[in-house]
Design a protein around this ligand. Structure first.
Ligand SMILES: C[S@@+](CC[C@H](N)C(=O)[O-])C[C@H]1O[C@@H](n2cnc3c(N)ncnc32)[C@H](O)[C@@H]1O
Length: 219
């Protein structure tokens, strides 16, 4: 599928950009498929639309009647991915401009919140994880996938990333622990996955923002 990625003013096809998540796309999708059921109606949030690889997978994977939202700070990224999705996926997916630490959705809205190869774009881990956990319902699952710090030396990125941009899986799991979620890290060589179930309700967002979120969810 000719999904385009838009970053810092440059537009490129996925294949020429980083070849399906540096060749790890299939393995990542296999893990996500293990965690996210395809035989149940679920609401899923994809944080960091990027190339559209993960949201395209979710749109094809989830059962009919499921809902998929994808958010990215870049309007251009969203427009490009929307245009590149096939017709059926485009009908299923809803798009919104947002950052991981400021999501315009009400508390406990999603069954799954998934973020693939985005944490290394984010400066502060805790506010992003707290917000992703907030929009998860109790019993819902947060799944975060990212490259490890050594990826900064071993992989070629279109935009430069320092080693310090990347988090260790243990640090992500620990940060989830501080939110009362027990994060389980899984090691896949150059990338990792951390999954955590939300076992208790988390803090709400301020009332003004919550009103906006309700209005959006109703649309
Ligand atoms: C490598 S791409 C993600 C790949 C994507 N998940 C996929 O499956 O194709 C990184 C994306 O994260 C977005 N991003 C950067 N900072 C972010 C933030 N604070 N919150 C959410 N997304 C962010 C960028 O705009 C970019 O589109």
């Amino acid at each position: 599928m000719p999904v385009l990625f838009h970053y810092k003013g440059e537009k490129m096809a996925v294949a020429s950009c980083n070849s399906d998540l540096h060749g790890h796309g299939d393995a990542i999708r296999a893990e996500l498929g293990r965690l996210i059921p395809r035989d149940k109606k679920v609401k899923v949030l994809d944080v960091g639309t990027g190339f559209g690889i993960n949201v395209a997978f979710l749109a094809g994977w989830l059962s009919k009647g499921s809902a998929v939202w994808t958010v990215d700070p870049s309007k251009e990224v969203l427009a490009d991915v929307k245009a590149a999705l096939d017709e059926e996926s485009a009908r299923l997916v809803r798009f919104a401009v947002a950052t991981a630490d400021d999501l315009d959705f009400e508390d406990g809205y999603f069954d799954y919140v998934v973020s693939v190869m985005v944490l290394h774009h984010i400066e502060k881990l805790q506010p992003a994880l707290r917000e992703m956990a907030r929009v998860l319902k109790r019993g819902g699952t947060l799944v975060v996938v990212d490259y490890k710090p050594e990826a900064s030396r071993e992989l070629e990125f279109k935009s430069r990333h320092e080693e310090a941009d990347f988090f260790e899986a243990a640090a992500v799991a620990k940060a989830m622990g501080r939110l009362g979620m027990e994060g389980t890290p899984h090691d896949f060589g150059i990338w990792y996955l951390v999954e955590a179930k939300k076992v208790r309700a988390s803090g709400s967002r301020p009332a003004a923002r919550a009103g906006r979120a309700r209005a959006r969810a109703a649309r």
